[in-house]
Design a protein around this ligand. Sequence first.
Ligand code: HEM
Length: 498
Amino acid sequence: MIFIVLLFTVSILAYVYVQWRYSYWKRLGVPCPEPLFFFGNVLETITMSSHIALLCEKWYNEYSNVPYSGYYKILNPAVNLRDPDLIKDVLIKDHFNFHVNEQDFNKKYDPLMAHNPFVATHDSWRKGRSVLTPLLTLFKVRTLYPLVKDSCDKLSNYLKTIPQNKDIEAKALASRFATQNVIRCSFSIDSQCFTDKKSEFRDMGKKIFQPTFWGGIKLMMMSICPILRDVIPFAFVPADVDEWFQGLVRQLREERKHSPLQQEDLFQMLLNSVEKYDINDIELAGYSLTLFVEGYETSSSVLGFAIYEMARNPDIQERLYEEISDVLAKYDGEFTFEALQEMEYLDNVIHETMRLNVVAPLISKVCTKEYTLPLIEGQKEPVTLHPGTPIQICARALHMDPKHYPEPEVFDPNRFNEEERRNRHKAVYLPFGEGPRMCTGIKFAMAQTKAGLASIVRDFKINVSPKQKPFVMDIRAFLYQARDGLYVNFTPRTGVAQ
Ligand code: HEM
């Protein structure tokens, strides 16, 4: 009997507590979708029927008259930003109040990933960023360009071996290219992505990023309840990949003591900075893994989408082909770094691809220091956020907002001509984030993506495959990608031997 009374009392108290938590935004006069008991507003992510980015996009569109809205991650109040000025402040001017990314990993289970600046915090983040930034400047990317060009030649030669009209999944093709290129530029290793059907590097990359049912559940749980990372032994990078990578780094380091390189690669640049930054073995392996993890998956997603967009938009593809031909004619047909830099329309095509298909659709930060938000109409006083509050910036919603991009569903590279770029608010285009935590690899990413696309369009016409299904986002994946693939086929242009 006592047990029943106790259970009843605890249930009542728990109910009252949860209801009180769920009145938080209402009490502060912040619009918020109606929370569901215990699940808050994230039930669809728990049942894997939606992605948190899609929910944030929905709320962005629903609460269109306010600079921000609230929602509940289980019991935790969280914020979904909307106003570009506020977003700019959070990412740039007031970055210090939000300097931690929400995605965090437990160092015990993810010893290498923990040194990736994207997930590292405080001094560990500062150190990682200081080490990696000088490796990825435009000047360094230029010195690596002969290796990028070699990867492009391999891509083009591979396509020449594919029978005409054979259906190919664009993201898988782009992954082969990006893995080949990143491994070559990082470690001077030919990962045989276009020759060997079982490339070790491709397998390792797939193990990290291939969406699986359990992987999706773990990611979802970590995103709605980050505290679980200390309880569940969840590693973003599987233990065998971690060990394999540490072994690779040890072996390369040893080899380089005896045989100097012909062309300096990213790993050598890292080794050269070991003393300057006092980098230990785990950090060295962690930074090397960062080059691999950050370098290939995002770029291959962008390149995969760019290939697909060219197939869907043949007129734009033809205009791009003309630009490539005209510029290459000036360089005697040589695909030099300078030639690539001169292809403005190509640059616009990649930017428009990243607008319409933003691979990191949600930028998730955590408030680290009290912060006062702008007043919402009808509020008596502005809301002050407390440390620990999650903040979402839905890049996808901003990119698809007709106020910033008329007819947002239309693929139009002219949105990125000089004048349009100049006149647009800085915070409504966020494929690489913005501010002090912005992507460090932009120059490298743009060079490899542009070079990959240009070398395909120079030699082939890209067509949508009859196999292609309507686009649906894969809600199990960490990044924005197609659930059913992006199928295309290739027709050689005149003069290209197959
Ligand atoms: C097209 C390809 C790429 C896209 C779309 C992309 C996008 C992003 C985004 C959205 C962020 C998070 C920004 C934020 O938290 O505010 C990020 C962070 C980062 N990216 Fe990239 N990235 C790409 C390629 C690369 C490459 C090639 C590298 C390096 C080889 C790289 C290295 C990093 C690093 C180290 C961070 C963490 C920065 C920090 O938190 O300080 N990325 N990237």
